[in-house]
Design a protein around this ligand. Structure first.
Ligand SMILES: Nc1ncnc2c1ncn2[C@@H]1O[C@H](COP(=O)(O)OP(=O)(O)OP(=O)(O)O)[C@@H](O)[C@H]1O
Ligand SMILES: [Mg+2]
Length: 260
């Protein structure tokens, strides 16, 4: 069995992937689940959000190039990345089985965790493909704009490619409507039109837009502590995901945490 692995991706930048990975990791840890957060972006934002020492080695780049086992690259339950990952991706491109590298590398860690969350870079390239091959489920994030639909469709195509080829069991966890201002008609209409296109894949929980997210990231604190009123959006999202993942026992613990 082992950890349930979830790839968080989007075709574009700035859709809140890293914030989602960070915050869902926080929620799941607070209900007693063991979560490994994996940074697959050479920007290293997730590693920053978790305040991993920028000098920490080895990193995911060493793991993907075979220089270190994944077990050695975990620092406080985060597998960090930095710019060296860009070089590692290029090196990986010429290798046999390049799409399977992450899946193979994570194997020794799977029994130590309940969840492994993969934070993808803002491209649908080899690193994201590796994430989709290693994952049990894909979770898409999208910003709350009309033009976001196109990005969602492109990401859906890549997910279908992974399913047709290297990972037929890849599940579809859903699309998160992120950084939203549902008070505006624009956001509500964008939500409805996305719903028409992707149906039930669109999650009902939406994440409200707030400057508090940038503040929380800067201070490397969780939005759950920085602004619990906003963090409630992620608690609702986590609950909806746990329904889809069929984890009733975890949902019970989440209920206890939120006192509902
Ligand atoms: N709900 C929100 N409301 C407002 N700003 C947000 C929200 N969530 C995230 N942000 C901010 O938006 C920016 C992008 O967020 P984040 O880094 O999570 O996106 P990303 O999809 O991982 O970006 P990239 O594609 O560059 O990796 C950050 O400055 C973050 O603080
Ligand atoms: Mg990111």
């Amino acid at each position: 069995m082992g950890a349930t692995t979830i790839a968080v991706l989007s075709q574009k930048g700035g859709t809140g992937k890293t914030t989602s990975v960070r915050t869902l990791t926080d929620v799941f840890r607070r209900i007693g689940l063991d979560v490994l957060a994996v940074d697959l972006d050479p920007q290293g934002n997730l590693s920053d959000y978790f305040d991993v020492d920028p000098e920490a080695t080895p990193t995911i780049a060493d793991v993907l190039t075979g220089r270190a086992p994944a077990t050695q690259a975990v620092h406080d339950d985060v597998l960090p990345a930095n710019l060296s990952l860009a070089e590692a991706e290029l090196a990986l491109a010429g290798k046999m089985g390049r799409e399977l590298t992450l899946k193979r590398a994570l194997k020794p860690l799977r029994d130590s965790y309940d969840f492994i969350l993969l934070d993808c870079p803002p491209t649908l390239g080899l690193l994201t493909v590796n994430a989709l091959v290693a994952a049990d489920h894909a979770l898409l994030t999208t910003e709350a704009q009309y033009f976001a639909l196109q990005g969602v469709e492109q990401a859906l195509e890549v997910i279908e490619l992974a399913r047709d080829g290297l990972n037929p069991d890849l599940g579809w966890l859903g699309v998160v409507f992120n950084i939203a201002d549902m008070r505006t008609r624009h956001s509500r209409e964008a939500y409805d039109s996305l719903r028409e296109h992707v149906g039930r894949k669109l999650l009902e929980s939406t994440i409200r837009q707030s400057i508090a997210y940038a503040e929380a990231a800067e201070r490397a604190v969780s939005i759950l502590d920085h602004r619990p009123d906003l963090g409630a959006d992620y608690l609702a999202l986590a609950d909806e995901l746990l329904v889809r993942l069929r984890r009733p026992e975890a949902r019970e613990r989440l209920k206890a945490l939120t006192g509902t």
